[in-house]
Design a protein around this ligand. Structure first.
Ligand code: BDR
Ligand code: CA
Length: 314
C-alpha cells in the first residue's frame, strides 16, 4: 500500500520534534509532503526555523517548510518558553538549515495541496494551535470534504487543562481557530492530554534512546532531557509525557489507542474557561458527534515503536 500522505502543522517544541522524527522514521507508512509552521510554543520565526532544523537532523532537508500564521485569529499570542526554553528546542545542538523556507504561505500550501490531491488523500496533523488549519478552512471551505482526516494534539477534559485549570495549551492559544475546525464538519480525531498523559517517557527509555548512538538519537535525547526537567518540577516525578508523537503514533498503530466518538465544543467566550474542550463523553446533549476523542494509550508498545523508528534515522 502507498504511504499515507500527511502535512504536519507544527510549533516545535521538543515533543513536536519527536513527532516529526517518528513520521520521518516511518516512510513505508507515512509520506510527509510538507511541514507548516505556526506560532505557538515560541514565535513563528523560531518554530519555522526549528521545523527546518529537525528535518536537517534527520537528513530530510529536502522536505519543504512553509511559514504560517504569526498570531492567533483573535487573541494575542501566548508562548511557552517556560516549557521549551527560549529557542523552543533547548537541549540539543541542531544543524543550520541548508535551504531557505518555502516561498509560499502555509495556509496556501495546505489549500493547494488538498485541492490538487484526490479527495481523501491528505491527512492533516496539527501539533500546535489550529490557526493555519482554521485559516485554510476559512479561505477555502472546499478543502473540508477533501481532507481525509485531521488528527490533532490538543484539548483535555477529564484531566482539565495544562495551561489554565480548564484549557490545554494548543487550544488555549487559539480557541477561535479550534472552534472553526471543530464546527467545520471535517473528519476529526483529537488526542487530548487525557491520552497523552499516558505517554510518559521514563528515564530508562531515555537511556536506551541515548544508547542508540546515532546523531539523531543523541540530539533527541538531549531535547527530551531538557523537556523532562520541566515535567519533573511540575509533577514531582521523573516521568513526563511526550504529547505530540501520539498523533503520529495513532496513524501508525491505531490499535494502541482507545477512544469514543463524541460531540466536542470549544469555549470561546468565558474568561475563566477560555479554550476548554467540552467533551460530551456521556452523550448527554444528544448532539451529533464531531470528533473521535482518544483517551487510552498502551504505553510500552508506543515507546518501543518510537525507539525503533528513531533508530532508523542517521
Ligand atoms: C502541547 O503544547 C505544547 O507545549 C506541546 O508542544 C504540545 O503540542 C501540549 O499541551
Ligand atoms: Ca506542539
Amino acid at each position: 500500500m502507498a504511504p499515507r500522505k500527511i502535512i504536519i502543522d507544527t510549533d516545535p517544541g521538543q515533543d513536536d520534534a519527536f513527532a516529526i522524527l517518528l513520521a520521518l522514521g516511518s516512510p513505508s507508512e507515512l509520506e510527509v509532503v510538507g511541514l507548516t509552521a505556526v506560532a505557538g510554543n515560541v514565535p513563528l520565526s523560531r518554530t519555522a526555523r526549528n521545523a527546518q532544523m529537525v528535518l536537517e537532523l534527520a537528513g530530510r532537508g529536502d522536505i519543504p517548510v512553509y511559514p504560517g500564521c504569526e498570531r492567533p485569529m483573535v487573541r494575542p499570542l501566548f508562548t511557552a518558553e517556560y516549557v521549551h526554553g527560549d529557542s523552543g528546542l533547548d537541549g540539543c545542538e541542531l544543524l543550520e538549515p541548508s535551504r531557505p523556507l518555502a516561498d509560499r504561505h502555509a495556509v496556501d500550501f495546505i489549500i493547494d495541496t488538498v485541492m490538487a490531491a484526490e479527495p481523501g488523500e491528505i491527512t492533516l496533523c496539527p501539533l500546535g494551535p489550529l490557526t493555519n488549519i482554521a485559516m485554510a478552512m476559512v479561505k477555502c471551505p472546499a478543502i473540508v470534504p477533501r481532507i481525509r482526516e485531521v488528527v490533532l494534539m490538543g484539548g483535555g477534559f477529564f484531566e482539565g487543562g495544562n495551561t489554565t485549570p480548564a484549557a490545554e495549551f494548543n487550544i488555549f492559544v487559539d480557541p477561535h481557530a479550534a472552534h472553526v475546525v471543530f464546527t467545520s464538519g471535517v473528519k476529526l480525531t483529537m488526542v487530548p492530554i487525557d491520552c497523552t498523559y499516558k505517554a510518559v517517557m521514563t528515564p530508562a527509555w531515555l537511556k536506551r534512546l541515548r544508547a542508540v548512538g546515532t546523531h539523531t538519537a543523541i540530539q533527541a535525547a538531549g531535547m527530551a532531557e531538557f523537556y523532562q526537567e520541566y515535567g519533573n518540577q511540575k509533577f514531582g516525578t521523573d516521568e513526563y509525557p511526550l504529547h505530540d508523537p501520539c498523533v503520529i503514533g495513532y496513524l501508525l498503530r491505531p490499535d494502541l489507542f482507545k477512544g469514543r466518538e463524541c460531540h466536542v465544543a470549544i469555549e470561546i467566550t468565558s474568561p475563566t474557561t477560555m479554550g476548554m474542550t467540552v467533551v460530551d463523553w456521556w452523550n448527554v446533549t444528544k448532539k451529533p458527534t464531531n470528533c473521535l476523542v482518544l483517551r487510552e494509550l498502551d504505553n510500552p508498545p508506543f515507546y518501543e515503536l518510537l525507539l525503533e523508528r528513531l533508530s532508523r534515522l542517521p
